[in-house]
Design a protein around this ligand. Sequence first.
Ligand SMILES: [Fe+2]
Length: 363
Amino acid sequence: MQGFAESNNVKKVFFGENSLKKFGKIDILQKTQKRIFILDKFFKNKKNYIKTKIIKKSDLVIYINSDIEPTDILIDNLILKIKKKSFSNSKLVVAFGGGSTLDVGKAISNLLKNKGKASDYQGWDLVKKPGVFKIGIPTLSGTGAESSRTCVLTNYKTGKKLGMNSDFSVYDIIIMDPFLTKTVNKNQYFYSGMDSFIHSFESINGNYKNNISDKYANISKNICEKIFLSKNMKSNQNRSNLMIASYFGGLAIGMSMVGLVHPFSAALSVIFGTKHCISNCIVMRGMKKFYPKEYNLFWKMVAKQKIKIPKLNLKLDSNILNNTSKNLIKSTVVHYKPLTNALGKNFRRILTNKKIIEIFNKF
Ligand SMILES: [Fe+2]
């Protein structure tokens, strides 16, 4: 086990039922003018505490369509919009939503202080300066976006689904209020929760693991197992616990790395537009050989909660590669860091083109 790990952490965490109401009274929120709010479009026609009590007429509100994975182009266009509305000197970004919305909040914050395009910063430690002060409020648990040091963006030009991995991509303040996940539908709750389970076992089984990432990941994994093998995964206690699991899962990958599930999942998102958390669950169909214990546990949890995992039936020819196959392979192997974490630097000896297509055919 390697001993070295470093990561920036969230500066302040509000946690607990109704913590959102306490947060409404904090100084930075009250004293800052020209605030930018990034909200999931789910809240567009809904009243909630943020909209009725916090957002003022003088704020800029941007709605994010979380049915689609955020892209580098989306961020570039939002920055243009922010400039047009004369909010480029804004001192505060608040994101309220699931993992995609939280990731957009981070990327906007970074781009307001760093020149160029979003794609310039996709990679590791490329962001030069701290972004605008940012606050994240998750309304879904599992992605770990609230605590991780990345904001994942799909780039269709390069075929990469890659984040701005940087200490500057960590939220300054987060508000974890389990009340907010009460109305999430059952399937979405499960898919997102599994992202946390997957982050944890990818970290635990990886070459980049270390003592601290292991501790975070084990806490997260154990909580997930308890929740998703229980009768009521959405009980008050379980929703509270899943927020904690998500937070620890994000810290675990911040201190180590994701593994084999995420590169395959990213390829599904880039080529077919499948959303991150559901893509991960689909990829689990092909993970028996690589993560046998976790594979069995995953399907036990699926059965216990009576969740449907979509079946893709791709039926690709593993001997003669067509364009789809070539693109899927390219969009998988481009994630060499997670693949090295999972299988070592000679991962292509194991993941030959033929093997990769055989795995996709299991989806
Ligand atoms: Fe993930």
